[in-house]
Design a protein around this ligand. Structure first.
Ligand code: 4LM
Length: 401
């Protein structure tokens, strides 16, 4: 039954085990350690000869339910939960790459992933090359004898460029490289990279998976060949374990994931089209818009454009900042995927980790503004944007007259 469930059903039921008291909702196992009836039981569990919990850093029943649900949704053998999205990213990189290995990643990544690959990995003797993943030949040309892994986000944070996952996966397979996709912006409801041949998928569960802005979490979904190393090296020894309480909150939040992703995407499309028509806006970045190169992959690689978009204004830097400050329903905050609509300035916030050259190479304009479209009524969002843009519109009208 489990493998036949539609994603809309799996977000509610996958991985759930009926507990003996009959509770509909799984209990929260808020316990650091677990008691053994005798020494032999503990020894057998440590030796992997007997199933059962030992200590929450090594596994916890509530966290395990979240892991089973994610593995089912993404279509992999298993999943490992971590204390943050960055713990999930670092778990993959530090758990699966060795000193002397070479990583190829996209020029544009979430700011802290960029600083992890460009500043931290070289400290451990891991070489990194950043190329534009829109250009498959550029990736191929960057492959060296010691290349082990390809890493990308699609759509990318913050400017929503979309990359062809099947092409990346085919290249990776041909050169025996591990392909890794950060699927945070899409969730498995809108995109399942495994179906395109990708080896490992990770998420910041802080965002859409939890969806309520009250948890920091991450998860990696993978097949058996990588799971053991992720559990033993990255979880057991590095130790960025997810709290059972946070796993319980994510399980609760995920029950509405399908409804939320649909609403986020519909509203983002409306907002993107509104902004595209607006005279004070020079450019809108959203995969659901005609003319966006990613639009061709909607319906094949991805089911919809998701809830994040970015824009540039017909304005200088100070005017762009003043526009953001004028918004009231959109809250000025980093993060995304919450019920509340959020607005932020990538160059000085989420992507401030880039130096200006790398930021230009990544295609992140200094005046780029990112919106995370929440679950409010679309008319209220458009009204807030209209009042925020009004002084710019008036200025443009004066220039014309
Ligand atoms: C943000 N993003 O963009 P934790 N992968 C992607 C992300 O967008 C993020 C992470 C990993 C933002 C946070 C402030 C594609 C985070 C890292 O924050 O460690 O759960 O996820 O606004």
């Amino acid at each position: 039954m489990a493998s036949k469930m539609h994603p809309e059903t799996a977000v509610i039921h996958a991985g759930h085990l009926q507990e003996p008291q009959g509770a509909l909702v799984s209990p929260l196992y808020q316990s650091a350690t677990f008691v053994f009836d005798r020494v032999e039981t503990g020894s057998a569990r440590f030796a992997g000869e007997q199933a059962g919990p030992i200590y929450t850093r090594l596994g916890n029943p509530t966290v395990a339910e979240f892991e089973r649900r994610m593995a089912e949704l993404e279509g992999y053998d298993g999943a490992v939960a971590f204390a943050s999205g960055m713990a999930a990213v670092s778990a993959v990189l530090l758990g699966l790459l060795d000193q002397g290995d070479h990583l190829i990643c996209n020029t544009c990544l979430y700011g802290c992933t960029h600083s992890l690959v460009s500043e931290q990995l070289p400290r451990f003797g891991i070489e990194v090359t950043a190329v534009d993943f829109a250009d498959i030949e550029a990736i191929r040309a960057a492959i060296r004898p010691n290349t082990r892994m390809l890493l990308l986000e699609t759509p990318v944070n913050p400017h929503l460029a979309v990359y062809d996952l099947a092409a990346v996966a085919t290249l990776a397979r041909a050169h025996q490289l591990i392909s890794v996709v950060d699927n945070t912006f899409m969730t498995p409801l809108l995109q399942q990279p495994k179906t395109q041949g990708i080896d490992i998928v990770l998420h910041s569960a802080t965002k859409y998976l939890n969806g309520h802005g009250d948890v920091i979490a991450g998860v990696v979904c993978a097949d058996q060949v990588h799971l053991e190393l992720l559990r033993s090296r990255s979880l057991k020894d590095i130790g960025g374990v997810l709290s059972p309480h946070d796993a319980w909150l994510i399980l609760r939040g995920m029950k509405t994931l399908a409804l939320r992703m649909e609403r986020h995407s519909v509203s983002a499309q409306v907002v993107a089209e509104f902004l595209q028509r607006h005279p004070a806006v020079t450019r809108v970045y959203y995969p659901g818009l005609d003319g966006h190169p990613g639009k061709a992959l909607i319906g094949t690689q991805m089911r919809a454009g998701g809830g994040v978009l970015a824009l540039e204004l017909k304005a200088d830097f100070e005017q762009a900042v003043a526009f953001v400050n004028r918004l009231s329903l959109f809250k000025i905050a980093v993060s995304l995927g919450d019920a509340e609509s959020l607005v932020q300035h990538p160059a000085s916030m989420t992507h401030a980790t880039y130096d200006s050259d790398d930021r230009a190479r990544a295609g992140i304009a200094d005046t780029l503004i990112r919106l995370s479209i929440g679950l409010e009524h679309c008319d209220d969002l458009l009204a807030d944007l209209t009042q925020g843009l009004a002084p710019l519109t008036a200025g443009l009208a004066q220039e014309v007259s």
